[in-house]
Design a binder for this molecule. Sequence first.
Ligand SMILES: Cc1ncc(COP(=O)(O)O)c(C=O)c1O
Length: 489
Amino acid sequence: MDFAIALNPTSAHPLHRQLAEELRRIILTGRLLPGERLPSTRSLAQSLSISRTTVTQSYDQLLGEGYLETRHGSGTFVCSQLPDDLLQAKPVDTIAASSASAIQLSPYGIHLAETPFALLPEPQTEINFRYGRPALKHFPVNLWRKLLMRHCRQDRQWLDYAKDSQGYYPLRVAIAQYLARARAVACSPEQIVLTNGTQQALDLVLRILLQPGETIAIEDPGYLSARRVFLSHRANLLPIPVDHSGLRVDQLICETTPIRCVYVTPSHQFPTGAILSLPRRLELLKWAQQTGTLILEDDYDSEYRYGDRPIPALQGLDNSDSVLYIGTFSKVLFPALRIGYLVLPPSLVPLVAYGKWLSDRQLPTLEQRVLTDFITEGHLESHIRKMRSHYDCCRQGLVQALQTHFGDGVTIVGEQAGIHLMVRFSTPLDEAEIIQKAASVGVGLISARPQYLQATSMNEFVLGYGELEEDAIATGIARLAQVLGCKPS
Ligand SMILES: Cc1ncc(COP(=O)(O)O)c(C=O)c1O
């Protein structure tokens, strides 16, 4: 079987990742169908004149992402159960690929065409440990509707264009006060620009701050969606390892490459869940100040911390305008709200607000008004308190079930905060086999592998518990242990 695969050996993007992206595109556009066999690593390596290790690494990545599966002794195949949403993506991808060849593209467009977009596959199982979702069924929809109706009836101002490209002022006041109380963030409402979630916040600041080819240091493993934004701005990525205390600031500091900015998730490192220790926070800030490096602090789910008192946000410890703080309501309320915020050094505010206006003019006014009431009337903090105790029960149930059923056969990390934790299973099975066996008993697992850039991941999974109730968690882990053949020690 011959594939027309173009790899660029001079690209900053490693060959194995380029190959994995090409193969993913071939699968998504239907040139390889579910159940079809892939060439052996040896023959594909020969036909592309690349090393066999490169091909093996690409296959491993796609196995981890659920695109491929291995059948003992007979090779590697396109996964026979690709999730529906991926299959539905096929026509769009085909259109994009064909029109990309006919219409001339900008460098940005070329980058997008070279790295076709696909959401990571998510399990479609009865008990789904997918991550990144809060407990939507506990969201107070009736209250939200009441607030919506109140504003719909009040006047018709919200139907008009907003005058303020930074976002609705009363909402910025409410957020500034909330951040001071909950996260020790020191800011005025004038320093806040409201954005369409973290995703747009990152995109906007990079448009304004980054020259193509400049270096962004990132956590490895780290948040894939942020990495995609950085690459779209043609950043040079510098992966910095992470340990149980978060980013290895010592390794960052001894780097000789000039670094434009560092992207960190200090309250709950994604995906390992490590919390950046106070000494490291201070060390990072000192270094940023001395070198003039900017810190992009993504504080995506800091509200959920169990046990210890929260460590203040980096922004609140900074006195040199080195930190750009990013927050979101995707985890504490619901992701489709699409409201997040940037807390910026004052000098950057007009530019970012202008960039926001150019990009999409404004956020919807009605939702901003409703959210303002939701915060100022105390509903946000009471919802957070309620959900913190709910998630804490789920988290304890998950940890206990893992310990009971797997004993020493599992390592649990990052369970002190957030709405997911990470596990490493010690088993002779590989990741794809674990995912398949879990799916066969209705349990959905997602590998941590796509979040890794250079560091290696072995049988690691990110277990989200935000959407699950305690009984489903207990049943899911019991089924998993049974099917993986684990006996507690
Ligand atoms: C590390 C991290 N940051 C931010 C977000 C939220 O992104 P957004 O605000 O664009 O929904 C997520 C969501 O999963 C995340 O994992």
